[in-house]
Design a protein around this ligand. Sequence first.
Ligand SMILES: NC(=O)c1ccc[n+]([C@@H]2O[C@H](COP(=O)([O-])OP(=O)(O)OC[C@H]3O[C@@H](n4cnc5c(N)ncnc54)[C@H](O)[C@@H]3O)[C@@H](O)[C@H]2O)c1
Ligand SMILES: [Zn+2]
Length: 328
Amino acid sequence: VAVIADRRTDRLFYRSIASALPRGARLVRVAVQPGESSKTLASAERVLEALARARFDRKGAIVALGGGVVSDLAGFVASIYMRGVPWVAVPTTLLAMVDASIGGKTAVDLPSGKNLAGTFWPPRAVMSDLQMLQTLPRPQFVSGLAEVVKIALAADASLFRELERSTGAIARREPRRILSIIRHAASRKGAIVEADERDTGARMILNLGHTTGHALEAALHYKNILHGEAVAIGLCVACNLSMRRGAMDPADAARVTALLRALGLRTAWPRGLSVSRGLRAVASDKKSVGGHIQFILPTAIGASHRVFVTMDELKRAVRIGDIPDFGK
Ligand SMILES: NC(=O)c1ccc[n+]([C@@H]2O[C@H](COP(=O)([O-])OP(=O)(O)OC[C@H]3O[C@@H](n4cnc5c(N)ncnc54)[C@H](O)[C@@H]3O)[C@@H](O)[C@H]2O)c1
Ligand SMILES: [Zn+2]
């Protein structure tokens, strides 16, 4: 069994994983630098080479022990090492438990953009242990909540209501509530993905908030903003756009901003960042087709659809103040 982690998740959890494996299992331990900078072909090569040096073979299995960076990288490695070996995800961040470890998309980044090289290679199992979230810093936890809101807004009104009812319990990380929302969000994502594994139709709704979110992350050089924080702003922009088209009730849009803020997420466009600069990466996004940007818009709480928007329309939607409370 090869346990691939980042240095932090290796230090925190390697021992408990190792002791949970059958006695006599031969273990290979690989740890990469924490952070997005490890999602590269170069670090994939280092991991592959470490496996080869340890004479790891197809009879083995890979355990991805970490957040989304580790599951994307280790899943990618699992898909190409000796033409593919099985892997199991042990997600250690909320984001990975509800999103990154589910659905079988693996990837590394290229200099031209995020997640541009990857495979579809689902893990054999995803094992989430809530205790692992105890050491997760609050910003990382809150960032993961943005993905839960995304899943709820895109496709699960009952999860959305559960979130609205339990913001206090979520902030206190009450295990029973956290377990419930993880289970709920993970199974919803699982169902969407099962219906469209290769991402050609129904699965696209999971991109809600991400066209703007990815552009924001790129504009801020992946610093000063966490993925979920960017997605939260992207969700507000999507609501705004939909509302301006008359496709979403302003009262629903207001519920989205209110929920995000109650969970500790910011809903305002980053101060000092011009709209043009913040959206520059949209045009080069994988989802833009001939000047029209493929965009997922919510139509109500728990419902969304795919549309095409123009850059001007998107820019107008970013203008602050349109959603009640958006911008504070
Ligand atoms: N494949 C997919 O479908 C999919 C979906 C969503 C996101 N992603 C990818 O996920 C990545 C982001 O994942 P992430 O937010 O989990 O980031 P991450 O993996 O970088 O983890 C965030 C930080 O938290 C630390 N950490 C992890 N678990 C911890 C714990 N239990 N206690 C203390 N510290 C801990 C890590 O060392 C790291 O520094 C992005 O690269 C994104 O592209 C993939
Ligand atoms: Zn995301």
